[in-house]
Design a protein around this ligand. Structure first.
Ligand code: HEM
Length: 485
């Protein structure tokens, strides 16, 4: 089974570029397609000559969107200083993310990036991540799957994986265990408030005109009232943990714990607002990305038995107690994860804003303040980039057989501008290595013992729901089957 081709329409009704009128531009088409915006943008880019299109969306506003690797390289690398988060993005996420790494540019970004990447690259943090992931797998994930297998229960695997990732990132980011993945599937206050802020922030982006949410915020009504409450729950929660650690630090002059927050505090960064913001950004970055990737991956695996058997072969070669090096060389599994995220990228689109006038490599003119959005979802579905079999789930397109006599697989990566699933350039995802490590460990832990059987109705393809991080709409219902020992 493979993802749907973008257009199953007959040629006569094939995709056309949106109509544009004087003054209102393509506003009518924007409204008509607002419930399927990502698919619509992808369709437009597929028929745009340089895979780049300027959408005149309403009075005076023009947005550039692109699926062209040369343009992506231009905005993310060669002209990086000219394309920041911008006022629109920052303004929409300010209440939630404050001045955290995901929501700043310039010096503040550079400072946080250096601080965080220094800590991220320490051996002790890598070791800590391994312990955290393995504990969450063996103590929480496996027992829940075992019970589901024994009782034949249908589980929402997306929910399970989100809970898993939330526990995991909270432990790594600030040494706190929210215990969100428990058999009772509890609604814990912090996790729920976090979820709510993400959802309402996503909805802000989706409102056709942003003045609506701003008025609601001003009047403190509806979703914006909920937002205010949820944000204060999240921030208070984080601040309590920070205060406790700071007190501990005062008494002992150093902390035993090795989570990111402890590291920031120990290195002298004691400003409460600063550490709160940076920690919230990390939780957001590490929370739904890996769970989204794994959800779609396990769905594709359940539909492609030959891929599953190759992955299983690789897993069985590994020892029970995996070490970092072992996971690293699971090349087939690595390729299949890349391939799955090509079709279902956890961050499906990413918007930058031009600091000054510019011209893109394909000749598109960009004016100061215009947004430029690159769309990994559209890029993974372009025939010009991936060939006529782009719709097939084919890990082999990332692999080569070695010449040596054992003929093992060798991973052949694509450049980060053709495949910007983790972004590219100076702001490339800081957690990429950690994400792969975590995902592979989950796959080894789960697939070694269980088969995941999709309980999605036969012939139905789950819907891709592009929020801040993409989801499978309505969840991923599965049955868990214990494999023969
Ligand atoms: C499959 C999993 C993941 C994917 C696909 C992914 C993708 C991305 C993308 C597209 C960005 C750019 C966002 C933007 O600036 O607009 C990003 C940034 C970032 N990611 Fe990830 N991510 C993943 C997992 C993680 C994990 C597990 C962490 C660890 C905590 C993490 C930490 C970060 C951080 C800190 C940034 C900000 C980097 C900066 O602005 O300099 N990510 N990621």
């Amino acid at each position: 089974s493979t993802p749907k081709k973008q257009s199953s329409l007959p040629p006569s009704t094939a995709i056309r570029l949106p109509k544009s009128y004087p003054i209102i531009g393509s506003f009518l088409a924007v409204v008509a397609n607002r419930k399927r915006q990502l698919q619509w943008f992808s369709d437009i880019l597929q028929v745009s000559p340089s895979a780049t299109y300027v959408l005149h969306s309403s009075i005076g506003t023009r947005h550039v969107m692109t699926a062209n690797p040369a343009v992506v390289q231009h905005i993310l690398k060669t002209h990086f200083p000219n394309y920041g988060k911008g006022d629109y993005f920052k303004g929409t996420l300010k209440d939630f993310l404050g001045n955290g790494i995901l929501n700043v540019d310039g010096e503040s970004w550079k400072f946080q990036r250096q601080l965080a990447s220094h800590e991220f690259n320490t051996k002790s943090l890598c070791k800590f991540m391994e312990i955290v992931v393995d504990t969450e797998i063996s103590d929480r994930l496996i027992p829940i799957l075992s019970v589901a297998a024994a009782t034949g229960t249908v589980l929402d695997l997306q929910d399970i994986l989100q809970r898993f990732a939330f526990d995991n990132i909270c432990k790594i980011a600030f040494g706190f265990d929210p215990a969100y993945l428990l058999p009772s599937l509890p609604q814990t206050k912090f996790a729920q408030a976090f979820e709510e802020t993400v959802k309402i922030s996503s909805d802000r982006f989706n409102s056709v005109i942003s003045v609506i949410w701003k008025i609601k915020k001003l009047l403190n009504i509806g979703s914006e009232k909920q937002m205010r409450i949820a944000v204060s729950v999240v921030k208070e929660f984080a601040k309590n943990i920070i205060r406790k650690k700071k007190n501990e630090l005062k008494e002992k002059a150093s902390l035993d714990s090795v989570d990111l927050l402890s590291r920031f505090l120990c290195s002298g960064h004691l400003d409460e607002n600063f550490v709160t913001d940076i920690i919230i950004s990390f939780i957001l970055a590490g929370r739904d990305t890996t769970s989204s990737a794994l959800t779609w991956y396990l769905w594709l695996l359940s539909k492609n038995p030959h891929v599953e058997s190759e992955v299983l072969k690789e897993i069985k070669e590994k020892s029970e107690a995996l070490v970092y090096e072992e996971v690293k060389d699971m090349v087939y599994t690595h390729a299949s994860l890349c391939e799955s995220m090509r079709l279902y990228p956890p961050v499906s689109a990413d918007t930058k804003e031009a600091v000054s006038d510019d011209i893109l490599p394909d000749g598109t003119v960009v004016k100061k303040g215009m947004t430029v959005t690159y769309i990994p979802y559209a890029m993974g579905r372009l025939e010009t980039l991936w060939g006529s079999d782009w719709a097939e789930f084919k890990p082999e397109r990332w692999l080569e057989k070695e010449e040596a006599e054992n003929r093992r697989w060798r991973f052949v990566g694509r450049d980060a501008y053709t495949y910007p699933v983790f972004q590219a350039g100076p702001r490339i995802c800081l957690g990429k290595e950690m994400a792969f490590l975590q995902m592979k460990r989950v796959l080894v832990g789960v697939l070694r013992r269980f088969k995941v059987v999709s309980a999605v109705e036969e012939g139905v393809e789950p819907e891709f729901d592009p929020q801040l991080t993409s989801k499978m709409k309505g969840g991923f219902p599965v049955r868990i089957v214990e494999r023969d020992a």
